[in-house]
Design a protein around this ligand. Structure first.
Ligand code: UT7
Length: 348
């Protein structure tokens, strides 16, 4: 038996900021952002909090899995941007969704948060400590970036993604996580307002600061090695994998990994163009999009891979077991209509 995904969900706040709007705020332009990151627009939380978005994503995943929230006995919420220190985001979600039987805790592994949470849920389930887990990645990074710092505000964004996992015939085949605290200061947020009571200094320390090129090089070095180890542990090859679902940090990182591993870029789905970099939420948001758009079929092998602050990185290889949803004619024509509108917008 294995730990398998039986439902996915996501939530993106409705406010969208495109590159041209950002160019009015900092010295940047649409062309630079597209070329250096692949991002065109991103969703920004206005009144939505980390726990609110997590709850919305959780409701969607529960509905998708067709379970009663009372069946959930573990909630792990990955975030680096909780709106409060306590109660935890996972306890707030528990209350909102009525998962009265769940043990709840938050986890901070930055952009690797979702794969760390999935590995932890797998360990609980395999050890017999839980049967059905809700895992969530939720971030309001827009509240932590300095909107005058063009190296971070163009990249980070908000959103939440969730998955329900339980014991299944098909599921996780192998799992790897790693950390290197010695290099952690290349992506830091030294202080949060929770410390301002005694420490009144309000310099730039409560904003995310990042040495982007260092993180870029770290990702391109570690991700292929991590995936190689993952496949080796499962005695499988890269050709066996249907899709590589990487953290949506930067489209150029994904392209570099594809190039370095000599795996066609078509095997690396991306949604960074419209979502930006949502840290721990990026993998489950993308996975939910893939699930709901009928891209996945039972038996597909997926690699999920996260990397980022800490520094942390990690990956899972899993066999997909959910049935492919049927897209109704209405949905198809709606999608076709949207695609048509998008083409018209581009032509204009
Ligand atoms: O989510 C997990 C953790 N984070 C990541 O994985 C992010 C990894 N890093 C990156 O994605 C990229 O390093 C960034 C997108 C952050 C930056 O792209 P880059 O190609 O590495 O740019 P750079 O920092 O090397 O800067 C190149 C130039 C510099 O100008 P000079 O010194 O060559 O004249 C920057 O000042 O581009 C300039 N620049 C910009 N120009 C226009 C930096 N940011 C911007 C900007 N608009 N927004």
């Amino acid at each position: 038996m294995a730990t398998g995904i039986i439902g996915t969900g996501s939530f993106l706040p409705p406010t969208i900021i495109d590159n041209n709007e950002l160019a009015k705020m900092v010295k940047t332009d649409d062309e630079w952002i597209r070329e250096h990151t692949g991002i065109v627009e991103r969703h920004i939380a206005t009144d939505e909090t980390t726990s609110y978005m997590a709850t919305e994503a959780a409701f969607a995943a529960i509905e998708n899995a067709g379970i009663d929230p009372k069946e959930i006995d573990l909630i792990i919420l990955a975030t680096l941007s909780p709106e409060r220190a306590t109660p935890s985001m996972s306890c707030i979600v528990q209350d909102k969704i009525g998962a009265v039987n769940a043990t709840c805790f938050d986890l901070n592994a930055a952009c690797s948060g979702f794969v760390y949470a999935l590995q932890t849920a797998d360990a609980y389930i395999t050890a017999g400590l839980a049967k059905t887990a809700l895992i969530i990645g939720s971030e309001t990074l827009s509240k932590m970036v300095d909107w005058k710092d063009r190296s971070t505000c163009i990249l980070f964004a908000d959103g939440a993604g969730a998955a329900i996992v339980t014991e299944r015939e098909q599921g996780i085949l192998s799992s790897v996580t790693r950390s290197d605290g010695s290099k952690g200061m290349s992506l830091k947020c030294k202080e949060r307002s929770t410390r301002n009571f005694l420490n009144k200094k309000t310099e730039d320390k409560h904003y995310i600061q990042m040495i982007g090129p260092d993180i870029f090089k770290f990702a391109v070095r570690k991700v292929p090695a991590c995936i190689d180890l993952l496949l080796q542990r499962a005695n499988m090859s890269k050709e066996d994998v249907t899709y590589f679902v990487l953290h949506q940090a930067n489209a150029r990182i994904v392209a570099s990994v594809s190039n370095k591993m000599e795996i066609p870029i078509e095997k690396f789905p991306m949604n960074i163009e419209h979502c930006g970099n949502t840290s721990s939420a990026s993998i489950p948001i993308l996975l939910d999009e893939m699930n709901r758009s009928a891209m996945l079929k039972p038996g597909d092998k997926l690699v999920l891979c996260g990397f980022g602050g800490g520094l942390t990185w990690g990956a899972q290889l899993l066999e997909w077991s959910m049935p492919t949803p049927e897209i109704t004619d209405d949905e198809e024509s709606e999608e076709a209509h949207e695609a048509e509108n998008e083409m018209q917008d581009t032509e204009e």
